[in-house]
Ligand binder design. Structure first.
Ligand code: ARG
Length: 469
């Protein structure tokens, strides 16, 4: 309701509620302190809405141009930090609308036609998620490129692989670097899938039941580059599934980064000594002068819990909420912003660490052939001679036991006669295939950890990351 001097009342609903809100309530209910991050999306959504209202004859051309002028100038003020945020406006939607009315007068009072903050916030958070997904996807690609660079430059060196953290089969180092790329690729796929459910317009669902005015919801959606509109106004304003999905996708990314961080924390220990992180990405100790701690990796690992926490917060916030909009949902933004900011920072830091880490191939080589990692190679040699795998496994197992009895560190330390006692089919060619350096050249299966497969994988990654993000 317009006030006499044409200045808008403090809040759009003040005509109904009457008494000024308690200061404590003002503080408690506001979301402006965090949802100001939606300003850009809110303004874009409003311009789309106004454009649609004009196209169906609910706004004049002058109304529309005044609204656009006002909104663009508000956006400029927000971006240059000239905008005064007043938490008594509650949220970004009311703050912008009030500023618009102040700036352009009567046309501003028409913007909220056939719209409610309920569909407005549902739209804004979807637009925010859409942008977040695109930024995250690029960041993940950047991180993948650092692993690919490392695999291209340092990936040919042999190293052990592990299962149960015990030495398993020899591989090339690049194979491990590209394993992280595979996980990250699935993360991008998940985000792309989530974006299908994010990029749908709820605008025009109104407060809960839609509008009696002849609005064209498809038109505002098209303006926003949203290929679909929602089909049920109740669901449109109560749906936050896509936010839970995004929080899950962020949790998966965090989990993957924590696995990588843990692996490298082990690799930079004196015990492993597989790699060295540049000084600039380590920290010292206040007491122990020799320390170079991998704190950045530990923080990436440690921050994972906080991201998972937001997923749980969102799922719990949504649990048992009756249809349709409830103020509980205002909390969704805190959670998703926190989860996004955390993962975003971790992705940036991870890329910097990978770029500043060097493999220590000599250190790896020193103990590479300990642990009988070539035992499977020998068993497969026997299979090629016609011995059933289970029997071959048994023969090689007993040869490993012989080595241990004789304090030999490698299968290749056994002489041919003692090998032939276990199987007469073994000949002197066995010495040509034993040892990690030889094993990495002999892998045959697609996706294996050998040198030829590294070349194939790198080719695929170079193609994947130049053609798409
Ligand atoms: N700040 C609110 C939120 O983020 C906007 C929607 C408020 N709607 C309402 N009917 N009170 O959820």
């Amino acid at each position: 309701m317009p006030s006499k001097n044409n200045t808008p009342p403090k809040k759009s609903w003040q005509a109904r509620i009457g008494a000024a809100q308690d200061a404590l309530a003002v503080q408690f209910v506001e979301s402006l302190s965090f949802d100001h991050r939606l300003a850009k999306h809110d303004i874009l959504g409003s311009i789309a809405h106004a454009t649609m209202l004009h196209s169906v004859g609910l706004l004049t051309a002058t109304d529309l141009s005044e609204i656009k002028r006002g909104l663009n100038s508000i956006l400029a003020d927000i971006q240059t930090k000239k905008f005064h945020f007043d938490i008594s406006q509650e949220d970004i939607h009311m703050a912008i609308e009030a500023a618009l009315i102040k700036l352009v007068g009567e046309p501003g009072r028409k913007l909220h036609t056939a719209r409610s903050r309920n569909d407005q916030v549902a739209l804004d958070i979807r637009l925010w998620c859409r942008e977040a997904i695109s930024l995250l996807t690029n960041k993940i690609s950047d991180l993948q490129r650092t692993f690919i660079k490392m695999a291209t430059e340092q990936g040919h060196h042999p190293m052990p692989s592990f299962t149960h953290l015990q030495r398993a089969q020899p591989i090339v180092a690049g194979h491990e670097m590209l394993a992280w790329c595979e996980m990250l690729q699935r993360d991008k796929d998940r985000l792309a899938d989530c974006s299908k459910r994010v990029n749908i317009s709820p605008l025009g669902a109104g407060a809960v039941g839609g509008s009696t005015l002849p609005i064209d919801r498809a038109k505002s959606a098209a303006f926003l580059n949203m290929p679909e509109i929602t089909h049920n106004s109740l669901d449109s304003i109560s749906d936050r599934d896509f936010l839970c999905e995004l929080a899950f996708d962020l949790s998966m990314i965090a989990m993957h980064l924590s696995r990588w961080a843990e692996q490298w924390i082990l690799y930079v220990t004196t015990e492993f000594g597989f790699m060295r992180i540049a000084d600039a990405f380590t920290t010292g100790s206040s007491m122990m002068p020799q320390k170079r701690n991998p704190d950045m990796l530990e923080l990436i690992r440690g921050k994972t819990g906080g991201v998972y926490g937001q997923l749980l917060a969102l799922l719990t916030m949504m649990k048992a909420q009756p249809l349709a909009y409830n103020r509980d949902m205002q909390e969704d933004k805190r959670s998703i912003f926190f989860a996004y900011d955390t993962v975003d920072a971790c992705l940036t830091m991870a890329a910097a660490i990978v770029l500043n880490t060097t493999l220590l191939p000599d250190r790896i080589a020193d103990r590479l052939d300990e642990g009988f990692a070539d035992a499977t190679v020998m068993a497969e040699y026997l299979v090629r001679k016609g011995i059933p795998f289970r029997t071959a496994h048994h023969i090689v197992g007993s040869l490993v036991a012989d080595c241990e009895k004789k304090s030999f560190a490698h299968l290749g330390d056994l002489d041919l006669t003692s090998m032939q006692e276990k199987s007469p089919l073994i000949d002197e060619n066995i010495y040509r295939i034993l040892g990690a350096n030889k094993a990495i050249q002999n892998y045959k299966s697609h996706g294996a950890g050998g040198l030829p497969q590294l070349k194939t994988q790198l080719k695929r990654w170079h193609k994947l990351l130049t053609s798409t993000t």
